[in-house]
Ligand binder design. Structure first.
Ligand code: ATP
Length: 834
């Protein structure tokens, strides 16, 4: 890790409403702080703890080892900051259920507590915040903040990381801007010495956004929002089956006072029929109410003229048209264009009375906050925690306080107050009924998701394209199944129907194409595909060069105007072959796109493929269970084998998301030297555990890391070398990693990226139509892959991708996630211990 180091006394607190991932923030900041030479502290109960400080006389943290007292251990008494900070004999901080114990002593009267490395061990998998959170009225007062400043200075703390919502981050900024005057007041009152005032002239502050609503501007995601979305989608998936069984409508109320992100993304991810969000009240035309609009939209879907049942049922009978369920999602802050609140109960009454639907209301309430953090809420806080420590170490009195955010796949740093001001401006715009402005201040992903929801949930066919612009779009799945493939197909199909295109499913890849296994898909036919795992179209690895001439002939016979491939490395390879085939076959002179979908995430140039989030979650779930069993027997190392082919992405990100100690990837390979070092490291680490307090540890090994040092071989090796210190077992996750039900993030991204693909195909189809002459020449850039690169979506022509591809090993030439491996190992303490 190329991070600056420095002596800093660094405290972290969580504030406002709790969210999943807050513990991962604390863990990351404590561990990375220690690795960078800082002394680390936690503040219990948010700002309230800062105001109260330490009222008891005894120093709760006095037993933390110092350089002089660090015990000599098996590794030869190496004295590093990490060794000094390992909590010998603990690991149970605040986990006894009362939140009041630390190293066997009561924490009563102690709110600012020094912590060491092992104090935060295992915090990853816990929901909420173990250090407590509160809403502090006292901190809002100048006296409260004076007391908070005094308490920090008494402990010598000069840097503060705050994880909370916009209120908490506002508080942080107020605190920092007032800091010089607070120090002067404390000096004038004789509460601190001149020396303390000199030393604490500047408070370094950084903000991390912990909020389940995803309501902060200037970041795509807030910590806890992905887990809340998981909880909502789990609930809707469960409701779907009962709704379908009883032919019912369900109205779900979800959290989100000023921000409709949860309602919107839940709507997209679960294939809901209608949503209500604060930023965009339902649109109405003069003489019609939103109730009219909603009822019409819901009836239309069920009366699709594209479904055969339409012609046999009386249109007025909703359920008889084929659709057996209706899901409406209402954000708690939803309202109409006049700011009159829209409540779930009222929506239910409208659906029951006007459409005669058997309608139920489900309010998810606090279930949305709880539960184990999903993979993203472990990875994001860890990466952001790293950035937060870096920002603090680099802070000077002249730099602004930063908020750590994320844009697509890039961790960002933005001025905290700008982000808070923009967040407030959204709420102000809503209050002023300026909904266009409110929408413009949400991030682009939000806007695209809303557009996507509208395009795929309601069957408006009035605005179809003129005939010459319509396409026959072939949609094909390739390679192994990955979560989100079906959701992407559903979005593409529905968009096609809305625009007047014809969506043609090619079943079983290029083999199916050669067998003419092609069917047109319908609006209702794909209705429940968002939550389905596997591949509804069927998939295999056959490439078009199995018989390129015959493939071209099929393209021609079926008169394909565009092709959308959804799959992994094979799909990329297939697109390459088809593009090269344009030299010989005019049928390939059509726009063609590849949407990466593979759990291995091995498509070159993109940092994200559909399915990779689903499999990371499957891996996290499995490893949480394994770790629990390993902890039960305390001193056990579990060697977990993952899929991923010759790409170490899944193993590496999985290791980061599960807190694994060692990770093996095909890119780095394995040899006797690395194994010897790893055995030594495990021996040192277990040697440092206090008696009876050893923990289970994970080693994650990609299936192709070595043909000689297999999972079985290294497990036996660890067992043999662990002696009395530790035992070893193995587990192979195999195909479970392809995941059952796709994760909400994969579903939502599937819909968003799929619609971008459709827009790409339309654009290039239009350009081809404008060409003179009978024989159309598709330019190379009309065969492209949609990629996510750092903070942006990029179209990369497939020929350009070739330069970045390692065709032999079926992966990209560069592994952007390589640094993540270093971070994972750093968080296991490895470099400092060896
Ligand atoms: P959530 O998104 O869950 O509501 P939040 O951080 O926005 O989280 P708030 O209750 O608004 O939650 O703020 C949390 C705490 O931050 C407050 O209780 C208060 O102690 C502090 N705080 C908020 N605004 C200010 C302010 N303007 N000045 C000082 N402190 C503040």
């Amino acid at each position: 890790m190329a991070l600056p180091t420095g002596k800093m006394k660094l405290a972290v607190l969580t504030s406002g409403g709790d969210s999943a991932g807050m513990n991962a923030v604390v863990r990351a900041i404590v561990k990375i702080g220690i690795l960078r030479g800082c002394e680390t502290w936690i503040v219990r109960e948010g700002y309230e703890g800062l105001v109260k400080g330490n009222t008891q006389a005894h120093a709760i943290h006095a037993d933390l080892p110092t350089v002089a007292t660090a015990p000599k251990r098996a590794h030869g008494g190496v004295s590093t900051n990490l060794i000094q900070n390992l909590r010998f004999g603990d690991g149970d901080l605040l986990r006894d259920g009362t939140g009041d114990h630390h190293h066997g002593r009561t924490l009563k009267g102690h709110y600012i507590v020094r912590v060491g490395w092992d104090d935060v061990r295992g915090w990853f998998a816990e929901g909420g915040t173990l250090i407590g959170t509160a809403r502090s009225a006292t901190f809002r007062t100048p006296e409260g903040r004076l007391s908070a400043a005094h308490n920090l200075i008494k402990e010598g703390i000069d840097a503060l990381a705050v994880c909370g919502g916009d209120g908490s981050l506002t508080g942080a900024d107020v605190f920092r801007s007032e800091w010089p005057s607070l120090v002067s007041q404390l000096l004038a009152q004789g509460k601190i010495t001149e020396e303390q005032a000199q030393k604490h002239g500047h408070l370094k502050i950084v903000g991390l956004v912990g909020s389940i609503d995803n309501d902060m501007s200037m970041t795509d995601l807030t910590i806890g929002a992905p887990t809340a979305l998981h909880r909502i989608c789990e609930a809707i998936d469960n409701i779907n089956s009962t709704a379908t069984s009883h032919s019912r409508a369900f109205v779900l109320e979800v959290m989100g006072r000023h921000c409709g992100w949860l309602a919107l993304l839940a709507g997209v991810s679960s294939g809901a029929d209608f949503i209500f969000i604060p930023e965009r009240p339902p649109e109405t035309v003069p003489g019609r109410t939103w109730e009219d609009e909603m009822c019409e939209a819901i009836q239309r879907v069920s009366q699709s003229p594209f479904d055969i049942s339409y012609y046999f049922k009386p249109p007025s009978q909703h359920r008889q048209a084929g659709k057996r369920k209706t899901i409406v999602i209402v954000a708690e802050g939803a309202h109409d264009a006049d700011l009159k609140p829209i409540r779930a109960e009222y929506v239910k009454d409208v659906l029951s009375e006007r459409l005669g639907l058997d309608t139920r209301v489900t309010t998810l309430g606090h279930t949305q906050r709880g539960g184990r953090p999903c993979a993203f809420d472990r990875i994001l806080p860890t990466l952001q925690g790293e950035e937060a420590v870096k920002a603090l170490l680099e802070a000077t009195p002249d730099t602004p306080s930063y908020m750590i955010g994320v844009r697509e796949n890039k961790i960002t740093r933005v001025p905290l107050m700008e982000a808070v001001a923009m967040t407030r401006a959204v709420a102000d715009a809503i209050a002023a009924k300026d909904f266009t402005k409110a929408m413009s201040m949400r991030d682009p992903e939000f806007y695209q998701s809303l557009e996507g929801f509208v395009a795929t949930s309601t069957l408006f066919t009035e605005k179809q394209l003129p005939h010459h612009r319509r396409m026959r779009v072939a949609i094909m799945h390739m390679g192994a199944p990955a979560g989100g493939m079906n959701a992407a197909t559903r979005a593409a199909v529905r968009y096609c129907i809305k625009q007047g295109h014809r969506p043609l499913a090619v079943h079983n890849g290029f083999r199916g194409l050669l067998d003419d296994n092609i069917h047109e898909l319908s609006w209702l036919g794909v209705d429940s595909w968002t939550s389905r795992g596997g591949s509804e179209l069927g998939t295999n690895r056959t490439l078009p060069d199995v018989d390129l001439g015959a493939v071209a002939a099929r393209f021609q016979e079926h008169n394909f105007h565009a092709l959308m491939l959804i799959g992994g490395f094979e799909a990329f390879n297939a697109l390459l072959i088809l593009e090269e085939g344009r030299k010989h076959y005019p049928a390939f002179h059509i726009p063609m796109t590849h949407l990466p979908a593979t759990i291995s995430n091995n498509v070159p140039m993109t940092e994200y493929s559909l399915g990779s989030d689903t499999s990371l979650n499957a891996l996290v779930d499995a490893c949480d269970s394994i770790k629990q069993s390993a902890s039960a027997s305390r001193n056990r190392v579990f060697v977990v084998e993952t899929q991923g082919g010759k790409c170490g992405y899944l193993a590496t990100m999985g290791a980061l998301a599960t807190g694994a100690s060692i990770v093996y990837t095909p890119e780095e390979g394995m040899n006797l030297d690395t194994l010897r070092r790893d055995v030594k490291f495990l021996n040192i680490r277990y040697g440092l555990d206090a008696k009876g307090k050893s923990e289970g540890r994970l080693v994650i090994r990609n299936e192709c890391s070595s043909t000689v040092y297999t999972t079985d071989v290294i497990t036996k090796m660890f067992k043999e070398e662990g002696g009395n210190l530790f035992d070893a077992r193995s587990a192979s996750l195999g195909h479970t990693l392809q995941g059952g039900i796709p994760s909400p993030m994969d579903r939502a991204r599937a819909a968003r990226l799929s619609l971008r693909c459709m827009a790409f195909l339309e654009e290039h189809h239009d350009a081809l139509q404008r060409q003179d002459g009978k024989v159309k020449q598709a330019p190379p850039e009309s065969a492209a892959v949609i990629t996510i690169q750092k903070s942006a979506l990029e179209w990369v022509p497939v020929q350009e991708m070739l330069q970045h591809a390692d065709m032999k090993n079926r992966r990209g030439n560069t592994a952007w996630w390589k640094e993540i491996k270093d971070l994972t190992e750093a968080l296991a303490g490895r470099p400092d211990l060896l």
